[in-house]
Write a protein that binds this ligand. Structure first.
Ligand code: SF4
Ligand code: SF4
Length: 471
């Protein structure tokens, strides 16, 4: 029985409710009056229910699909402006006891080399990332109680925060580790993590059990209820996502929306981010074996409807996607992207390992400087901002500011200041010239004279050698 507030996975992600929602969406896919009313509601930027979002995604009336895309662009602009936050994944270990059949790290893959970074190796990787200009990382590990216990994760986080190479800093460590206990979540919180990220992979329980035949992750309920435990452990910035292509996208889309509704209703805080990965080729994995792979056009539609349905939530896309697709989704709602990623353990310092231990093949292999320049050419401000959680703007407090649309008063100045740091410390000359022009243009756009003055003052302080200034 569907109950948005229930602590039980099978009640807040109720299979029957999803199937009824899909039937309702199919019946109404050409219902112009209903779809128009949903678009009008979305334009108020207060969000949509999972049923409304499902209808919008199923809509087959071309001009209304077009309106949905347009609205997504407007909402994106209204909540996030033109800043795009940059991050990089850091793979610490690919030891894993789970059997996820879509991931090359699954325990039965005997030909992938297994690797776990020592603290010294982490120092080297982080130094390499700092030398590119990164300030925000997402650490990734397989699940392995012996090789990757929580103590190793905490020690690694402390190591990462402790490295200050030249002007470099990692100021926010987001963590993507397997579902764990309340006690372990508390330890992560105490270690000062940014967002706790866990992808559901698929919300379809039957499919989930086929895809996860062994290991602790095979427990659907334990995995699906992870955010509830994370919240009980004191974490209030949580990121969700599915791996599109594991099952029919419609089912997972509705599950994702229901999970967001559950978090807001039962945990008091909606998802801080939603990630939208699609299945990619990798060692031992052929995406063609996954019949539900999502075509580009539908993928863009999914991103647009998520933007309309949960306007306050950051949306993340990785280097799994090509430059072409990344360009389109930036307009439609994505607010965070990775740049110059290595998806292998030790990939930032050891070129030869790059492909060998990769979790998935990259579609976008450009350097960070190339990505930064590309974003600026498209009119975006690449941002290395990490200000919110350091200023205590997390959880409900963050959501309140974000829902009011006021977060932009922080995002834009912080994007300008962190871009300036990047230009001063890491950019190639052509990127620097492009960036300085963009900053001048962005400062012109600030209406509030006091804010403009404060940003100009901080820019001078950065020029004079200070770092890490923020609003
Ligand atoms: S998806 Fe995660 S849990 Fe599953 S095999 Fe890969 S690393 Fe392990
Ligand atoms: S000000 Fe907050 S929401 Fe905006 S980019 Fe920085 S950390 Fe993100």
């Amino acid at each position: 029985m569907y109950d948005v507030k229930s602590p039980k996975a099978e009640e807040f992600i109720d299979d029957e409710e999803i199937r009824e929602t899909l039937a309702y969406a199919a019946q109404n896919k050409s219902n112009r009056a209903l779809i128009e009313s949903i678009i009008d509601k979305a334009a108020l930027c207060k969000g949509l229910t999972h049923r409304e979002a499902a209808v919008l995604l199923e809509c087959d009336i071309p001009d209304l699909v077009e309106r949905t895309f347009k609205l997504a662009e407007e909402i994106k602009q209204r909540f996030y402006g033109n800043r795009i936050v940059m991050f990089a994944p850091l793979y610490l270990s690919n030891y894993c006891v789970n059997g996820c059949i879509y991931c090359p790290y699954h325990a039965k893959n005997r030909h992938i080399p297994r690797r776990k970074l020592t603290q010294e190796e982490i120092r080297n990787e982080v130094t390499a990332l700092q030398d590119m200009g990164h300030k925000r990382l997402a650490i990734e590990l397989g699940e392995h109680p012996v090789q990757n216990p929580i103590e190793y994760v905490i020690e690694s986080i402390n190591t990462i925060y402790g490295i200050h190479h030249k002007n470099g800093d990692i100021r926010r460590v987001n963590v993507n580790i397997a579902a764990t206990s309340i006690e372990n979540y508390r330890k992560l919180k105490d270690a000062g993590i940014g967002t706790y990220i866990l992808f559901q992979e698929t919300y379809d329980k039957k499919r989930y059990e086929i895809l996860h035949p062994s290991g602790p992750k095979s427990d659907y309920a334990y995995h699906t209820e992870a955010m509830d435990r994370a919240r009980a452990g004191g974490i209030d910035d949580m990121g969700i996502g599915v791996l599109f292509g594991l099952t029919g996208y419609r089912y997972d889309f509705v599950g994702l929306m229901m999970h967001a509704e559950h978090m807001e209703a039962a945990l008091g805080v909606g998802p801080h981010t939603i990630s939208v990965p699609r299945i990619r080729p990798a060692d031992d994995i052929n995406p063609e074996e996954f019949a539900d792979a999502v075509p580009d056009e539908k993928f863009l539609h999914i991103v647009a409807v998520i933007r309309c349905a949960v306007p306050y939530t950051g949306m993340i896309i990785s280097t799994r996607e090509s430059k072409k697709v990344r360009e389109k989704v930036l307009d439609l709602g994505v607010s965070q992207i990775s740049g110059a990623s290595r998806t292998s353990v030790g990939g930032y310092t050891e070129e030869e390992r790059d492909e060998e231990t990769a979790q998935f093949d990259l579609a976008d292999k450009r350097t960070l400087d190339e990505v930064v320049a590309w974003l600026m050419e498209l009119g975006y401000i690449p941002s290395f901002c990490t200000a919110c959680y350091r200023a205590g703007r997390t959880g409900e407090r963050f959501m309140k500011i974000c829902k009011s649309g006021k977060i932009q008063d922080c995002c834009t100045p912080n994007a300008i200041l962190t871009l300036k740091e990047y230009l001063l410390d890491y950019a190639a000359p052509a990127t620097k010239a492009l960036g300085d022009k963009l900053i001048a243009k962005e400062i012109d756009k600030i209406d509030n004279p006091a804010l403009k003055e404060a940003v100009l003052e901080d820019l001078s302080r950065l020029e004079a050698g200070e770092r890490d200034l923020r609003f």
